[in-house]
Every structure is written in structure tokens, then in C-alpha cells.
Design a protein around this ligand. Structure first.
Ligand code: HEC
Ligand SMILES: [Cu+2]
Length: 239
């Protein structure tokens, strides 16, 4: 259907660290569930970008290993609308217990509505990518992205949690050449907790968060990265 999105664990860190009571779907909830229509035969193609995981949703009778460099297949047909939960079923690393799967199965008409909304959203995002942004606008959006995607490791004041997570306040990379700063956010740092956000965040959000980091907590660089530049990087890399 030409729709793409990234699904993240949605359980708040406060519950994981026992600072809040655990919710009903503790570690089995995500921000963006996979959405399927009822009554249709659905084919899954499963692979991995790092280590071996396994895509397991018991109610669908599907459990397929996700293996780097391989594409595995599975299929299902769900007749009852509802929310179905699963999780990674292959011991994959220290975060194995933190990768749930949520599938929302909708009646055909509701599914079509959802699909139309996603397409409208993608068109809107495309417009935002090509629009001319000001530094202030990027900073404002970047503030939100930072507090969603980066704050857990780099902390609210950009002070990090050394030596595990480096400070971004005054960091050589976050105050150095834009190219290197953008590159680590886009590609991540293999072998560390710093993920490649190039595939997880939109061009707009990457531009915004990099601009924010260069201009927050006294990193007053006064420069910015535009969504267009991030798009160019993405296009150059996919060639
Ligand atoms: C799960 C923890 C984690 C999250 C979340 C995270 N990072 Fe990082 N980040 C790291 C680690 C670890 C490093 C150090 C990598 C290394 O060893 O060079 C790092 C390094 C960096 C650096 C280079 C800093 C320096 O001076 O070395 C930048 C810039 C950065 N991250 C930006 C971001 C942005 C932007 C986000 C959110 C979109 C983010 N990070 C989310 C863990 C994280
Ligand atoms: Cu896994």
C-alpha cells in the first residue's frame, strides 16, 4: 500500500524503572501498531537490520525468525477485528524483553479510512520537507523530537549520563561541522546504543533535532540543517 512507519515501544520509562505503577499492557504496547484489514490474506516479509529476532504473534499462529541478510515469509488471515499482541521470540540481546508487537485489525471500511489518513499524512510531510523553514521553527519542532527520541539517553539539559551516554551540551560533534553532526544522527554509531535515526525519523524531524541540539543548552551555533538537505543525504545514500 506504499505506507511506511516505525513502531516503538510505548511503555513509559517511569514504569520500567518502578517509579510508576505498571500499566495493563506493560511492555506489550507500541506507539504505532501494525494495521491490517479483516478477511484478507496478508503476506509478511521478515528480515532484520542487526541480529536475529523473531516476529511472533501467537493468535495469528505466526512465528518467523528475522535474520539479517535473509527474507523470511509468513501469512495469515484474521477475521475478527481487535488488538493482537506479540513479542520478539528469539533471545536477541539485552533489550529482548523490550520489543513488543501490536497489530490492530480493522474492518475493511475502517482500514480504508486509516490508509487514507496515512496517505494524507505522508503528503503533508512531503510539503513540510520542501517548505522553507526558519531557525526558530526548526528549534521549536526539534525540542519536541528531542524530548521524545533522545532525552532518555542524552538527558533534559543535554548533559548526558557519562560515561555511557555522552553530553551534547558543549559536545565537539554537536558544536562542530554540521556534516559530522548530521551523519551520527543519521547513521548512528554501530556497536553502541546510538541508533541510526535516518530510517526512524522523517527528514523534517532529523533536521529539526539536529538544529535544536546545535542551538540548545548554550550550544549557540546559530546555524541550521534544513529538511531538504536531509532529503538530499537520504537520496544520495539510497543510490
Ligand atoms: C539509547 C540511547 C541513545 C538515544 C535514545 C540517543 N542516543 Fe545519541 N548517543 C548515544 C551514545 C551511546 C552515543 C555515543 C556513541 C559513541 O560511542 O561515539 C551517542 C552519541 C550521540 C552524538 C555524538 C555526541 C558526541 O559528542 O560524541 C550525537 C550528536 C547524538 N548522539 C545525537 C542523538 C540524537 C539527535 C538523538 C535522538 C534523535 C539521540 N542521540 C538518541 C546514545 C543514545
Ligand atoms: Cu529481538
Amino acid at each position: 500500500q506504499d505506507v511506511e512507519f516505525f513502531s516503538n515501544l510505548a511503555t513509559p520509562a517511569e514504569q520500567i524503572h518502578n517509579k510508576e505503577a505498571k500499566g495493563e499492557h506493560y511492555l506489550l504496547e507500541v506507539d504505532k501498531p501494525l494495521v491490517l484489514p479483516t478477511g484478507a490474506k496478508v503476506r509478511f516479509l521478515v528480515t532484520s537490520a542487526d541480529v536475529i529476532h523473531s516476529w511472533w504473534v501467537p493468535a495469528f499462529a505466526v512465528k518467523r525468525d528475522a535474520i539479517p541478510g535473509f527474507v523470511n515469509e509468513a501469512w495469515t488471515r484474521v477475521d475478527k477485528p481487535g488488538i493482537y499482541r506479540g513479542q520478539c521470540a528469539e533471545l536477541c540481546g539485552k533489550d529482548h524483553g523490550f520489543m513488543p508487537i501490536v497489530v490492530e485489525v480493522k474492518e475493511k471500511a475502517d482500514y480504508e479510512t486509516w490508509l487514507a489518513e496515512r496517505k494524507a499524512e505522508a503528503a503533508q510531510l512531503k510539503e513540510l520537507t520542501s517548505k522553507d523553514w526558519t531557525l526558530e521553527e526548526l528549534k521549536e519542532r526539534g525540542d519536541k523530537v528531542y524530548h521524545t527520541a533522545c532525552v532518555a539517553c542524552h538527558q533534559a539539559e543535554g548533559q548526558g549520563l557519562p560515561p555511557m551516554f555522552p553530553a551534547l551540551k558543549g559536545s565537539k560533534i554537536a558544536t562542530g561541522p554540521i556534516k559530522d553532526h548530521l551523519s551520527i544522527v543519521f547513521h548512528g554509531k554501530p556497536g553502541t546504543a546510538m541508533a541510526a535515526f535516518g530510517k526512524q525519523l522523517s527528514e523534517v524531524d532529523i533536521a529539526a533535532v539536529v538544529t535544536y541540539e546545535r542551538n540548545a543548552w548554550g550550544n549557540n551555533k546559530g546555524d541550521m540543517v534544513t529538511p531538504k538537505e536531509v532529503l538530499e543525504l537520504k537520496q544520495a545514500e539510497s543510490k
